[in-house]
Write a protein that binds this ligand. Structure first.
Ligand code: SF4
Length: 177
């Protein structure tokens, strides 16, 4: 497997205007089994746009995992395991970037799995156990990952088809003060 990394910085006004559509992605989140299941996912007790507006800019990071032909065989479980392994690695990298840029905060993809998928404290009506590590999903705050990836990096994300996937794209963000 080869890995390619890309990044681009956007002013917050530009990001919100061109790449954020809260109603569209809230509707998509409602179709996801993790909607309302983890604290990283909607519904939120805050307005995503107001949350984003607290920051001046966002750096969008894109990591493209390019598989060799024999590596691109994925059933749903394989894909989930690989996706959450990548998510954990990217989270660690974002925590380092946050430290380097005080006041910044990372945005990830997927549901929060820090306590194990299906074991979020939200399901027991309790507060997040690790708010210092929990990061919201970029899409859950209205971010259009497909458009970002296409416009900024000329990459069109693909999903497994007939168990095959030539590459996987993981888009994350860093909100900067
Ligand atoms: S850290 Fe644990 S409690 Fe907090 S959102 Fe993630 S899974 Fe839920």
């Amino acid at each position: 497997m080869r890995v390619e990394n890309f990044e681009a910085r956007l002013d917050m006004d530009e990001y919100i205007k061109n790449y954020v559509d809260v109603p569209k992605f809230l509707a998509a989140c409602k179709e996801c089994p993790y909607y309302g299941v983890t604290w990283a996912c909607p519904p939120f007790d805050f307005d995503p746009i107001e949350f984003l507006k607290k920051y001046k800019s966002v750096v969008i990071y894109c990591r493209k995992y390019i598989f060799e032909e024999e590596e691109g065989d994925y059933d749903d479980l394989d894909f989930q395991v690989f996706f959450y392994k990548c998510r954990a690695e990217l989270a660690q990298e974002l925590y380092i970037k946050e430290k380097e840029q005080p006041g910044s905060v990372g945005l990830l993809g997927g549901a929060c799995d820090i306590c194990g998928l299906g074991n979020c404290a939200r399901q027991q009506g309790k507060p997040c156990r690790f708010p210092q590590y929990m990061r919201h999903n970029l899409e859950s705050l209205g971010g259009d990952v497909m458009k970002l990836s296409k416009d900024l990096f000329d990459i069109e994300p693909v999903w497994p088809k007939n168990g095959k996937m030539p590459f996987m794209v993981f888009v994350t963000g860093l909100l900067r003060p």
